[in-house]
Each structure stands twice: as C-alpha cells, then as structure tokens.
Design a protein around this ligand. Structure first.
Ligand SMILES: Cc1cc2nc3c(=O)[nH]c(=O)nc-3n(C[C@H](O)[C@H](O)[C@H](O)COP(=O)(O)O)c2cc1C
Length: 313
C-alpha cells in the first residue's frame, strides 16, 4: 500500500502497533516492524535504562522503522526524551499530556512526532503544536481513554473534517474489516492495541493473554474517570472500585485503593484478581493467541479481500 501514513513512516502497511505498558517491548515492536507495520516500544512501564536497552535490542532485531510511545505523565520524562535522541530513534508517539511541551524539541532533532488524542479539540491543539500526524482514539480502546466517551466511529469523521494532517484511527480495530471501515470514515491508517496484546511476542503474562481470549462483549468498562480514565476487565479489583464508588469517595480514597503498580500486577505478573486488566472492547473478537506476523497478514489479507467485495453492497 502507498498512502500518507506508509510514506510518513516508510512502512509497507498503514498499521501501527500501539505502544502498551507491560506489553510492547522490543520483541513485539520488532516483530510488527519486520512484518511491514510500525512497531512501537511502550516507554510508559520502563525505567530509563530499561528503555535504552529495549531500543538497542530493537535496532538489532529489525532494520525496519520502529518508534517509541511516551505517555507524558511519565515522571522522568526529560531523561526518557534524551535517551530517545541519543539512541537516534526516528519516530515518537506522545500521549496523555500537552503536545506543545515536547513536539518542537523532538522536531528540531529531526524526529517524526505523532500525538494521541480523544477529541476534536485536542486534535486541533496537536496540529497547532506541529505534530506530523495524530492518533484519534475512541473510548472503546484498551488502556487510558478520554472522559467524554466519544467512539471511534464518530471521532474519526469529526476530526477528519477539522484537521489537515494525517489521521490514524485507534480503538476497536482488530481485523481487516475494522481497518477498512476506519479508512472509509477518513482515517489514513490504524493503530491496533488489544489484538497485539494477545500475541506470542507480547510481553504480557500468559494469564493476561488467556483472559483476553476469554473476554466477551460487556466484560470491560471505562472507570476511574476522576484519576486517569481507564478501560478494565470487570475482575475483583474492578468490583472493589465499584463498591468504593457506592460510598461517594474522594479522589484521595480512589488513589489509595488503586495503590501502586496495579497494571504491572495484572498485565505483567498475571494476577487476574488484584491487578488492573487493561484491554479494549474488541477483545470480544480475539479468540486465539497468534504471532504478530500472523495478525498483520490476516488483517491485510481481510482488508484486501473485503475491499474488492464491498461494491456489491
Ligand atoms: C494493555 C494496554 C496498555 C496500553 N498502554 C498504552 C500506553 O502506554 N500509551 C499509550 O499511548 N496507549 C496505550 N494503550 C493504548 C494503545 O496504544 C492503543 O491506542 C489502543 O489499545 C487501541 O485500541 P484497541 O485496544 O481497541 O486496539 C494501551 C492499551 C492496552 C490494551
């Protein structure tokens, strides 16, 4: 394929593997890049020296373009950005913060910058900050989300109407049909998270991968909106959060219940009861753990097949 996104990143298919805490290390990122998509290392769960190691290993594992996702809430963000520059990473996806803060710094170093947004307002802010493209993420997505609960199906055409820069759709896309639908709505490419979380190369615990395969529609919910809204599987920890909500809790009480390292406990250590299990609604359509290459080939195969039959509708 040849379009704005394949040209921007110099990749074969306009498919980006979303940066994911405790999931997307160098193994997943390099596997996706080697298969023709764009792999992203998720810096959000890595200490600076761990990130450096993953970048170096990724360079050895692929000669194709790859990038790093940086949630801007990250405490040691300056150190992270300096490592990215020192290691000559060419592509950075920023999320969870103001795109103004780091875009010009990265652009001055010749880095391609993409920012993740969940509304038209923030899409315009990101464009004004000078990013090269935006990821527009609907609230069906796994991980942290916008409070407004705007769906991918509605967000993409509204953002497309408002901005000139390329738009990457995220949230609820796991198949070639989903990808085609997003592109019909105006997206120039797609970012896929949940589907890649359940791959062989994902660094998530096998318990977490297995529960993704078991999840049905309705098994996840966007919660903890007073902190950073996050879509979680309805496990024991989620029920505890809901019980606390019955008591009209303060923000401090929610922070205390969340504690530290809940996502690590659930996703990386496989504690399905007490951990935060971040996954998207589309997990209901994920039935098998496969390799990243198989996933990419299936998505592209279905995308091409459906494209040729769609005019019969
Ligand atoms: C386990 C998990 C962790 C995630 N961590 C991050 C992250 O660190 N930074 C980020 O920008 N997005 C993160 N996301 C969002 C993904 O990058 C991607 O945009 C999202 O999963 C797309 O929606 P989907 O899950 O429906 O495919 C995460 C998603 C999941 C499922």
């Amino acid at each position: 394929m040849n379009n704005k996104i394949t040209q921007l990143f110099n990749i074969k298919y306009p498919i980006i593997q979303g940066g994911m805490v405790w999931v997307s290390g160098y193994k997943l990122a390099s596997a996706v890049s080697n298969a023709g998509g764009l792999g992203l290392i998720g810096a959000g769960s890595m200490y600076p020296d761990v990130l450096r190691e993953h970048i170096q290993k990724c360079k050895k594992a692929t000669d194709k373009p790859f990038g790093v996702n940086v949630p801007m809430l990250y405490p040691q963000i300056e150190e992270i950005m300096n490592i990215i520059v020192e290691e000559e990473v060419k592509i950075v996806f920023t999320s969870a913060g103001n795109p103004k803060t780091w875009t010009s710094f990265l652009k001055e170093k010749g880095i391609t910058v993409v920012h993740v947004v969940s509304s038209v307002k923030f899409a315009l802010k990101a464009e004004a900050a000078g990013v090269d493209a935006i990821v527009c993420e609907g609230f069906e997505a796994g991980g942290h989300n916008g409070r407004e609960e705007t769906t991918t199906f509605t967000l993409i055409p509204m953002v497309k109407e408002a901005v000139k820069i390329p738009v990457i759709a995220a949230g609820g896309i796991a198949t070639g049909k989903g990808m085609l639908a997003a592109m019909v709505l105006g997206a120039d490419g797609v970012q896929i998270g949940s589907r890649f979380a359940a791959t062989e190369e994902s660094s998530a615990h096998i318990n977490f991968k297995n529960i993704i395969v078991d999840v049905k529609d309705g098994d996840t919910h966007l919660t903890l909106k007073e902190l950073a809204p996050v879509r979680l599987i309805k496990n024991k920890f989620y029920q505890e959060v809901q019980e606390l909500y019955q008591q009209n809790p303060t923000k401090e009480q929610l922070i205390a219940l969340l504690g530290r390292a809940r996502a690590k406990k659930g996703i990386f250590e496989g504690d399905l009861e007490n951990g935060e299990l971040e996954i998207g609604q589309i997990a209901g359509l994920i039935h098998e753990i496969k390799s990243a290459k198989q996933v990419l080939e299936e998505v592209i195969g279905e995308f091409n097949a459906v494209k040729t039959t769609v005019n019969q509708l």
